[in-house]
Design a protein around this ligand. Structure first.
Ligand code: DHB
Length: 311
């Protein structure tokens, strides 16, 4: 029997496919839907200290090849995501909270509060929100990233991983890996959207989302090669006990296969989840199993990370 079971951060997942933080994971109803779906885990929308309404709408736009968003961190505030954990427990799959405080102390406060909660199985610390006007992404500042990790590991109790922005330059991969390898991180999720793209409606000669004069994070087909490169690089550079979680451009079983071949222990679905709803998890899982069957693989460990170089 083909199995899609995996382990991330020491947690067992029945299937290696679940949601990216962002789409359809903000409200209790949305989180319940994820719980009832075939997703292998439930990951929350990035939480801040307080409730946030987010940026002005329209703030998400979908086109043939993918999406652009500048949501501005709409979320219920961390206490809601902490309280929801009890309800999440009924679904029998790990509940993970994404944390994206507006500064070091916000992150520390949130992670300290989550620490005692046994129904929160891990924390994904977001180093890569590109949509806050005037705020640089922490993940592009290596010393800030180090300082933040120093602070949060003083208070973290659950396994903690990081959500990274995409990197494009070889020294940058190495510089970030050097920082991360100095901390007991459990996983690295690669990648967040490619920040600050621009999509245009040529009929209207106008941008398609309202915040930030139309600039926003890009998801979908075009980001897959960048996502695969980031998964591959961090798989080779990070300590071997750090799980890589692949996200970016996955809409079918073959895309998931590619991410795992590059080294991903699990994959997350963003743009395609928005497009298709939670039915995408069962569909992509079925497609991945079919590919594995054809290739004679019975578990993802049979091919995880085994991408070959050319002779
Ligand atoms: C938002 C977007 C992101 O890519 C992210 O990592 C966190 C928040 C947002 O705009 O809500």
């Amino acid at each position: 029997m083909t199995s899609l079971k995996t382990t991330i951060a020491g947690l067992e997942l029945e299937t290696c496919i679940y949601n990216a933080s962002g789409p359809l994971c903000t409200t209790a109803e949305e989180l319940d839907d994820l719980g009832q779906s075939m997703a292998g885990a439930i990951l929350s929308k990035s939480a801040t200290l307080e409730y946030r309404a987010g940026n002005e709408k329209p703030r998400y736009y979908e086109t043939g090849w993918g999406s652009i968003n500048s949501m501005g961190l709409p979320n219920e505030g961390y206490k809601f995501y902490a309280d929801y954990a009890k309800q999440a427990a009924q679904y029998g799959k790990p509940y993970i909270v994404s944390v994206s405080g507006m500064g070091f102390e916000d992150n520390a406060t949130i992670i300290k509060h989550l620490a005692g909660n046994e129904n929160i199985k891990a924390i994904e610390l977001n180093l890569s929100c590109p949509n806050l006007p005037g705020k640089p992404q922490t993940g592009y500042d290596f010393e800030q990233s180090r300082a933040l990790l120093n602070r949060v590991f003083e208070v973290a109790q659950q396994p903690l991983g990081v959500k990274l922005p995409p990197y494009f330059d070889m020294p940058h991969f190495e510089m970030m890996a050097e920082v991360l390898n100095d901390f007991p991180i459990s996983f690295a999720t690669c990648i967040n959207s490619i920040g600050n793209g621009l999509v245009i409606d040529t009929d209207q000669e106008c941008v398609v989302i309202k915040p930030k004069k139309g600039f926003g994070g890009i998801g979908g087909d075009f980001i897959k090669p960048t996502a695969l490169a980031n998964v591959r690089k961090f798989y080779t550079l990070l300590k071997k006990d750090v799980d890589i979680i692949g996200v970016g451009g996955i809409k079918n079983g073959m895309d998931a296969f590619e991410h795992i071949l590059c080294g991903a222990s699990a994959v997350q679905i963003g743009t395609q989840l928005m497009r298709e709803g939670t039915g995408c998890f069962a569909r992509i899982a079925g497609e991945l199993q079919e590919i594995m069957n054809k290739k004679g693989y019975s578990s993802i460990n049979d091919f995880k990370g085994k991408l070959k170089d050319m002779e």
